[in-house]
Design a protein around this ligand. Sequence first.
Ligand code: 5GP
Ligand code: ZN
Length: 111
Amino acid sequence: MGNCVFCAIRKGEIPSAKVYEDKDFMIIKDINPQAKIHLLAIPHTHVPYLDMMTEEGVNLLGKILHKISKMQDQLGISDGYRIIINQGENGGQTVNHLHIHIMGGEKLKDM
Ligand code: 5GP
Ligand code: ZN
């Protein structure tokens, strides 16, 4: 979509450190990591917000979470991790293309 940074990354127009990709989504390293390991799981389809997800899209989010759990060794987060979705302004969402934060690789601070 238009000037979406994650769509541009998907198309290869903006470089990224990609750690996984399949037909539905990709996992990249966050450019400004807030933990030792900070990844973003990004569905290929441009949906701006969680509250705009269709039922099919929500099923995809479940598939992504399952995949993350299966790949935790490979992702370097097998000692535990935190999953976050920021929704809208109060949630602190800055990129309006729904994505899942994956943070780990160290003991995370209490929220
Ligand atoms: P949000 O605040 O929308 O939940 O998270 C957006 C995340 O995307 C932020 O953690 C930010 O560091 C990351 N980000 C923004 N632009 C880029 C980029 O061009 N490349 C990568 N790899 N991450 C980005
Ligand atoms: Zn997008």
